[in-house]
Design a protein around this ligand. Structure first.
Ligand code: 3MF
Ligand code: MG
Ligand code: MG
Length: 412
């Protein structure tokens, strides 16, 4: 193939996207509670070892593009859209007014707001630092975000503690730091109760998000289970208002099974919100888009969530790769992520109604006949042949993933 002239490259990308097929209309996409973060599509590709590869984009453009593609909900960190120096000033109100008008112009809703407590130098020692003024400032920021949430009619508020931890051992008192961290969540809930009264709205759902490593060497609340222990520790004054925002990759990063983490959250009634993406075990937070690394696991995650009636948001917390251009973010990255999610969700429905999986599962639950409880070997024998069904179910899930259940075949 000859080199492709620059002015023909976008057309090539568009033609191959078209040829790939499998895309849904914006109307179909809008039927799902898929939420689009400001920071995901505005990410410029920078990292510790990386200079940006994309140019900045405004929230107006982000909201417009989400709407065009069919993502009905937008969410943001406070400082994604309001520079830290403008917070608490009339410039904040101006920004909130501009966001409101942008959302309404494009028929979009704000689903969630979150406070950036990890990037600015003020958080060098975390939001629950020893210095009282840092903690007071953190509380003001959280309260302010809750207020912005009410003004934008959001339902959820998310907290990723970022730097809550340490790099040098013994530098902080873990117990005290966790108490201070809980004070911040309490301040946000307290402010929420007052603001909900003022705005005549429901209080928000406050969702804690754990991540096992990065950006701190040792993290005090590294997993969703750790977050559950904080919620039920007695330190949280309004535990009913507080739940989880697990992130698929964050649970995978520590070597856990995201499906099991989600199940534990569901058991506790705390699965409020879910960050969807993909990546690898025991590596850093690569934030690859949903289904590109572990589609089979993702299928099973969605079977779990469909089977147990999860009805909260699916938040596209991923990062378009550095190799994707500004144009590619909206032409390839975002629509393909949404469409893979929808396809996997629909496939999960197929799994639920698949007659083979259903019969195999029912047979496993029925168990084998003829066991004598006084004879352990007879229990083994009674169930022995049935247990091959576990692997058969695994194979059937693979077949559903590749469409073999719908007649797709391969031959030499
Ligand atoms: C970091 C994250 C964060 C959180 C966000 C929500 C930038 O790995 O996942 O995204 O999701 O701060 O509050
Ligand atoms: Mg996240
Ligand atoms: Mg992440």
């Amino acid at each position: 193939m000859n080199p492709i002239p620059q002015e023909k490259q976008q057309a090539l990308v568009d033609r191959l996207m078209q040829a790939s097929g499998g895309s849904y209309s914006p109307e179909v996409r809008r039927r799902y509670f898929i939420t689009g973060p400001q920071w995901a599509v505005a990410y410029e590709g920078q990292a510790l070892f990386h200079a940006p590869t994309r140019s900045p984009i405004t929230f107006e453009k982000v909201i417009e593009e989400y709407s065009r593609i069919g993502v009905g909900y937008w969410c943001t960190h406070d400082t994604d859209v309001i520079p830290a120096n403008d917070l608490f000033t009339p410039k904040q109100d101006e920004a909130v007014a501009r966001i409101k008008s942008s959302l309404s112009k494009h028929g979009m809703k704000c689903s969630m707001v979150t406070t950036e407590t990890f990037h600015h130098p003020v958080w060098a020692a975390g939001s629950a630092a020893e210095a009282g003024d840092v903690r007071e400032y953190a509380n003001r920021r959280l309260e302010n975000t809750v207020s912005i949430g009410h003004q934008l009619e959001a339902q959820y508020c998310v907290y990723w503690p970022g730097t809550l931890g340490y790099s040098t051992q013994g530098a902080i008192d873990e117990m005290q730091t966790l108490r201070w961290y809980a004070d911040g969540i309490n301040a946000a809930c307290q402010a929420d109760i007052a603001l909900a009264g003022k705005y005549k709205r429901h209080t928000l759902k406050h969702c804690l998000e754990a991540k096992p490593f990065e950006p701190q060497a040792e993290i005090l609340l590294p997993t969703s289970d750790a977050m559950l222990s904080l919620i039920f520790s007695g330190l949280i004054k309004h535990p009913d208002m507080v739940g989880l925002n697990p992130e698929y990759l964050h649970e995978l990063m520590w070597g856990g099974a995201p499906r099991a983490s989600l199940a534990r959250a569901l058991l506790c009634g705390k699965l409020f919100h879910f960050d969807i993406n993909d990546g690898y075990r025991l590596k850093h937070d690569v934030d690859i888009a949903v289904g590109l690394v572990n589609p089979l696991d993702w299928l099973n995650v969605l079977v779990l969530l469909r089977s147990h009636d999860y009805n909260g948001p699916f938040n596209l917390d991923y990062k378009p790769p550095r190799t994707t251009s500004n144009y590619g973010v909206f032409a390839v990255s975002l629509p393909s992520a949404v469409d893979r999610f929808i396809t996997l969700w629909e496939m999960a429905g197929e799994v639920q109604s698949d007659p083979i999986i259903k019969e195999a599962t029912d047979a496993l639950k029925a168990g084998g006949a003829g066991a004598n409880l006084a004879d352990v070997n007879s229990i083994v024998e009674a169930n022995k042949e049935l247990l091959s069904l576990h692997e058969l179910i695994g194979n059937r899930l693979f077949q559903i993933l590749i469409g073999a259940n719908r007649g797709r075949t391969y031959s030499l």
